[in-house]
Design a protein around this ligand. Structure first.
Ligand SMILES: [Mn+2]
Length: 325
């Protein structure tokens, strides 16, 4: 089911008391989209919050705009719980209680892999949208809300991060058209936003990236690159896991690499981030292990395996995914 932008805008205009849910391990699109919509709803006099239960990554701290809370009981009456940039309860873990408070449930996403266990009162999933921020932009416009500088910053951050600076294959004329409109807003400066997102990496993060790159393994004649961010490496470099962001893009920048897999070892699970360049269906590979995502950008989580065993399980599947062509 896909509700129209217009009907979603109409529903939202009638509601008050709205909680917005970005996915776990929030990125620029998840947080930027949530904050943009939160600001738009507040400008209409509504009570709205972005519900989180983890720290905002440092390079995205400017996207909070006073919207974020981790207080389950923040609103007396929650008329709507809305998932953004994700579409399953497994993507908002730890916030189920807050989610259940919404009398209506909605979803706005651009991931093609759909959760089955969940029912929404309205949903819009546009796999062709480069970022959830593109859909959010259209909804804000349809609600008749003016795009302020703060909202513009959020939308730009959402689109620039999910398109890899307008470089990934998901980038469309629509991505550029929306950005083009943002440039017309007084005070908007894309360079400032890009610098906040990309040019504030710590020395430790650069060291971490160097170590992961130095330890890469290659398979399938150099077409598959596999890297690891271990707990030991995080301790050694003094980094937190969110500082590993961007390493997989570096792996994909290596000549001849069609697919990349970056294992991230946390205290209680191992997450694999997957990227493809042109043909490798990484979403399909991820879905074999309960994960999902986009064809060329996906991921899955191993809850009961060590990093070594997760690697033994996943890498052969990736090799055949790459060799399938
Ligand atoms: Mn996204």
């Amino acid at each position: 089911m896909n509700d129209t932008i217009k009907s979603i805008a109409t529903i939202m205009k009638d509601l008050d008391g709205i909680l917005l849910f970005p996915h776990i391990n929030m990125d620029g699109d998840a947080l930027g989209s949530c904050s943009a919509l939160c600001l738009a709803l507040r400008s209409m006099g509504k009570k709205a919050y972005v519900m989180i239960n983890e720290p905002v990554p440092k390079n995205l701290d400017f996207l909070e705009y006073g919207c974020c809370t981790s207080d389950d009981s923040v609103l007396d009456d929650v008329q709507l719980s809305l998932m953004i940039d994700c579409n399953g309860l497994n993507r908002i873990t730890g916030r189920e209680k807050a989610w259940e408070r919404g009398r209506l449930k909605g979803c706005i996403d651009h991931h093609a892999t759909k959760a089955k266990e969940i029912r929404y009162d309205f949903a819009r999933i546009e796999p062709k949208a480069a970022a959830a921020g593109e859909i959010i932009y259209n909804i804000i416009r349809a609600m008749g809300v003016e795009i302020t500088l703060d909202i513009a910053n959020c939308i730009f951050a959402a689109i620039t991060t999910d398109t890899g600076n307008f470089q990934h294959s998901n980038t469309t004329s629509r991505s550029h058209e929306i950005a083009g409109h943002l440039y017309k807003i007084e005070g908007f400066n894309s360079k400032v936003i890009s610098a906040l997102i990309y040019d504030r990496r710590s020395k430790q993060a650069i060291k971490l990236e160097g170590e992961v790159i130095a330890g890469l393994d290659f398979y399938a004649d150099g077409r598959l690159a596999v890297g690891r961010v271990t707990q030991d490496l995080l301790k050694e470099t003094g980094c937190t896991m969110d500082e590993a962001d961007g390493i997989i893009q570096k792996m994909m920048s290596i000549e001849g690499v069609e697919g990349a897999c970056l294992f991230k070892e946390s205290e209680n699970n191992v997450r694999a981030s997957l990227r493809g360049r042109t043909y490798a269906n990484m979403a399909k590979a991820a879905s074999m292990f309960g994960g999902g995502g986009h064809m060329l950008a996906a991921g899955c989580t191993f809850n009961d395996l060590s990093l070594k065993d997760a690697e033994k399980t996943l890498v052969p599947v990736l090799i055949s995914t790459i060799e399938e062509k």
